[in-house]
Design a protein around this ligand. Structure first.
Ligand code: ZN
Length: 280
């Protein structure tokens, strides 16, 4: 079985079948694995082997009740201007080192959670999100994928006015309002990704495609980001990295377009997973 990891009502789950059923990890493993999802990431290789033995059909679930698959990461990184196409559309120079900010953990939203729109310049950014398995310091580029549990899709929702409120800009707060960090719906084991360095990332706004690119356009690819960050800070199991957004965000449009109540965002990694968020 492909290892896909979810969190439901606070408990670690394996996703089975067509993504319609869940198996409770602690129960199916007779306590070998904890019900606490944050305990699973450091044991990812062991979990991968265990998942191969699962034959249970699981229980159907309502996707709206899923939690973020890594619900309490110690660190939540965002990378800005990391697609050539997006750097170009913003008029910014191509970065020579990763433009790194944090999304504060209180912004974490569930994969189908509503996004409160309380400001006039709220923008969308679909992103490939990776979750760390075994962390550490000074991880090499060559071994970086061995430190990644897997991938999911996220929205790096941004209040552009707040993001650009100071000079020089400081992104952290503008990326961290309530509900601004939905990701999920589950983590797909990176070992099962045939094309992990060329994943197609798409965003639909009210059924209209606004973003569509592949991660081979990343200026700093996933393995480089893990290596770079671990050379500065210690990465922990369950840490989350938003790897950047391709072109097509609202602020770069003519005229600029921002989110309002009633808008629906569908964000996807093609063939892997998708999340849906209603703006309220
Ligand atoms: Zn972003």
């Amino acid at each position: 079985m492909v290892l896909r990891f979810a969190t439901h009502q606070g408990r670690a789950q394996l996703v089975v079948g067509e993504g319609t059923h869940l198996v409770d990890l602690e129960q199916v493993s007779n306590g070998l694995f904890s019900s606490d999802p944050m305990q699973s990431f450091a044991r990812w290789a062991e979990l991968r082997e265990f998942a191969k033995t699962i034959t249970a059909v699981g229980e159907p679930f309502d996707p709206l009740t899923l939690d973020a698959p890594s619900p309490r990461p110690a660190q939540l990184f965002g990378i800005g201007l990391n697609y050539r196409s997006h750097a170009t559309e913003t008029g910014a120079p191509i970065p020579t080192s990763p433009l790194t900010f944090t999304k504060f953990a209180s912004a974490i939203n569930s994969p189908y959670g509503d996004i409160p729109i309380k400001h006039s310049t709220v923008d969308w950014e679909v992103e490939l999100v990776v979750v760390i398995s075994t962390g550490g310091r000074d991880i090499s580029v060559a071994s970086a994928w061995d430190h990644i549990a897997g991938v999911c899709v996220g929205q790096d929702i941004s209040d552009r006015a707040l993001q650009m409120a100071t000079q020089p800009p400081q992104f952290n707060l503008g990326k961290s309002r309530q509900g601004y960090a939905p990701f999920g719906p589950w983590i797909t084991d990176s070992a099962h990704l045939a094309n992990r360095d060329a994943l197609r990332v798409t965003c639909l706004l009210n059924s209209q495609e606004v973003q569509n690119s592949t991660t081979d356009d990343l200026i700093f690819p996933v393995d480089y980001l893990v290596s770079y960050l671990s050379g500065i800070v210690e990465l922990s199991a369950g840490d989350v990295i938003y790897t950047g957004t391709p072109s097509g965000v609202g602020a770069a449009r003519t005229p600029p377009q921002f989110l309002s109540s009633g808008d629906i965002l569908i964000s996807a990694i093609e063939g892997v997973c998708s999340i849906t968020n209603l703006c309220i």
